[in-house]
Design a protein around this ligand. Structure first.
Ligand SMILES: *[C@@H]1O[C@H](CO)[C@@H](O)[C@H](O)[C@H]1NC(C)=O
Length: 167
């Protein structure tokens, strides 16, 4: 239960919105999308934005078969605002292409692998966890020092009592 809550918090903390192709490209016919995705890790909760001129392109989400064949016939969904935000809600692979004739064949298609948070060795969850751990350790140290001072005072007081007593 606690672990599940931690995983959810980690996923929420890591949520990122990626503009497809940016910063060197966008949703166009020049960008190498295989290269672009290879440099990034997508987690559930992340979003991708397709930014393009709606007169020149569109975005069609397809199955693997549609992706491989550059066919939008049996599409999952289609977007054409020029600023389309797609939520990557669950682990799995998502496929998108431009439905305009010839564009997908020219390379205007993208495959996004969405992996569960924590699958990446560079999990951002590690940072808040260790920060929390060190702040807890800090509190523990302060408490220990405080107790030591109290003990020292008690001992000094006791000694004085012993010294004072015979007089
Ligand atoms: C998406 O599929 C539907 C049929 O399921 C089709 O009518 C529509 O034209 C397709 N959209 C695109 C952009 O190809």
């Amino acid at each position: 239960m606690a672990a599940a809550v931690l995983v959810l918090q980690a996923a929420a903390a890591a949520a990122t919105t990626y503009t497809v192709g940016a910063p060197d490209g966008l949703w166009d016919m020049q960008t190498n999308y295989a290269e672009w995705v290879a440099k990034r890790t997508f987690h559930p909760g992340d979003k991708i934005t397709f930014t393009y001129s709606a007169e020149l392109h569109d975005v069609v989400e397809v199955s693997k078969a549609g992706y491989d064949a550059c066919s939008s016939a049996n599409n999952i969904s289609a977007f054409r605002t020029g600023n389309d935000v797609v939520a990557l809600t669950a682990p799995g692979t998502r496929y998108f292409l431009c439905g305009l004739t010839g564009h997908c064949d020219s390379g205007m298609k993208i495959r996004i692998d969405v992996v569960a948070a924590g699958s990446s060795p560079m999990s951002p969850a590690a940072a808040p966890t260790s920060a929390a751990a060190s702040s807890t350790a800090g509190t523990g140290t302060t408490t220990t020092v405080g107790l030591a001072i109290l003990l020292l005072l008690a001992v000094l007081h006791h000694h004085r009592a012993i010294i004072v007593a015979p007089l």
